[in-house]
Design a protein around this ligand. Sequence first.
Ligand SMILES: [Zn+2]
Ligand SMILES: [Zn+2]
Length: 227
Amino acid sequence: MKIINDNSSGDYHIHSSTISDGMNSIDEIVIQAGKLGYKEIAITDHNQEYLNTYHFYANTHYSIIASGRWKNIHNDVHVIFGVEADLLNENGDICDNIQNFSPEFLILSAHKQMYSGNPGLIKNGYLNAINRYGSKIKLLGHLCSQQFSDYLNTKDIIEIVCAANKAGISLELNCANLVNSKTCEKNLEAMLSSCKSLYVNSDAHTLYEFINLRNKGFKYLKSNNYI
Ligand SMILES: [Zn+2]
Ligand SMILES: [Zn+2]
């Protein structure tokens, strides 16, 4: 298993208050990324369907970001703007836009409130989405969340991970879920033992999480002999 972002290189799953439900602005996050010594980060705010469902309204027109008007004036950290897309049903439909812009760095996650299909068929949803959008998806976010662990056993997880491996899609150790005991550990073990390439991401919604969660993820990987 290859880890794409080691402890000091960067974090690729972060939410901002500029666009979605994080507590800090893009500029605050970037300043903190510099203090952490990161080379690159991805701000991956929630997609439009998610924002609509929770009545979150972006503080900024996404066109300001999409047209390149935002620049990092703080440090040398390279900032990627991405999106946390949602898996919507077993057909593999996804929502990957924010205000009709579809950022290039795409995390595909499933959230219970957003998935309107048959949860018993969520494995098919992942497989169909990988089939349909594989070339666009960089990683699957929190695949081992307890939200769907009643519907995904270790065999299902391995099947999804193998499809992701084949399509060149990475998996994610989601440190927020891990630390907040929202991870199905059995499924996580199955994912980690079958995945080819892994991001270790905070899924931070606060600066505290941005600073601290990934360290705990690496500790978990070390103490379980994955690294
Ligand atoms: Zn969120
Ligand atoms: Zn997230």
